[in-house]
Ligand binder design. Sequence first.
Ligand SMILES: [Fe+2]
Length: 261
Amino acid sequence: MFLNEFEIKQSRIFFEKGYLISEIQEKESLKYISDFFVNATSSYSTNIKINENFLDTLNDIHNSINVEELNSFRLFIIDSMAKDKKFREHYYFLSKNLLDIVVGNELAMQNRVNLSIQMPNDDSSLLPIHADTWSGDSPFEAVVWMPLVDCYDTKSMYLLSPEHLSKITNFKSGDEKSNDLFEYVKDDVEWIKIDYGQVMIFNQSLPHGNIINTTSETRWSMNCRFKSLFSPYGDKGIGEFFEPITTKPMTKLGLNYNFPF
Ligand SMILES: [Fe+2]
C-alpha cells in the first residue's frame, strides 16, 4: 500500500477499534457549527437559559426544555440545519482529514445531518444495539459523529469492536430482542469518550447504540454518512439519500465523455 506512516498508523487503529477520533483541525468550521447551535437554540424560545459558556447551555438544556417538548425542539433545530446552506459543507470540512484516510477523496455525503439530543434519564429516544448494515445500508458507508458537548459513559454511544464481533455471530436466542443482544455483549462494548472539539468516524457495520443517559448532563451529537462515490450502494441510494460532494475533474470529464467517431 502506498500510504505514509501516519496513514498506516491511523488505518491500523481504525481496523482494530472500528473508529478514529481526531481533534477538529478546521477551527472555522467548528466555530460556524457552534455558532449555529447557539443561534438556533436561542431562537427556539426565550425560555431557554443561555449561558455564557456554550457547553453549559447545551449540557443543561433539560432545565429549559422538558422531555415532552424535546421532539418539537429537536425538529425545529433539524429543520434549521437543513435550511442552512453552509452547514453540510462545514460538517464535511471538519471531518475531511479523517475521511481522507478512511473513505477517500471523491465522496458522496448523506443529504441530511442528523441530530441526537439525549436528556438525562430520558428513555424516549434510545437507539437499541444495531449495525446499519443489518437494515440494508451499504457496508461501504462510514458515519461521522460529532459531539457538541463532552461525551462519556452513558452520555455517549457504545461500539462493539471487531475483536468481539464473533460473539455476535455466536449469539443464539429463541427471542432475538435487541435487549437480549445488548445484555449478551454489554461487557465487551466500548463507551466512546470524546470531547467537544473532536470528531469521530466509525464503521457503522459494527454493532452500536446507546442506553439511558444516567449522567446529569444532556448529550448533543450529530451524525452523517459518507461513502466513496463509486462504491456499491445499499438501500440508501445516490440522489434521494446521498449526494456527490467532491467529484474530481477527470471523473466529470469521464462521465460526460462521448466517443468522437
Ligand atoms: Fe446506527
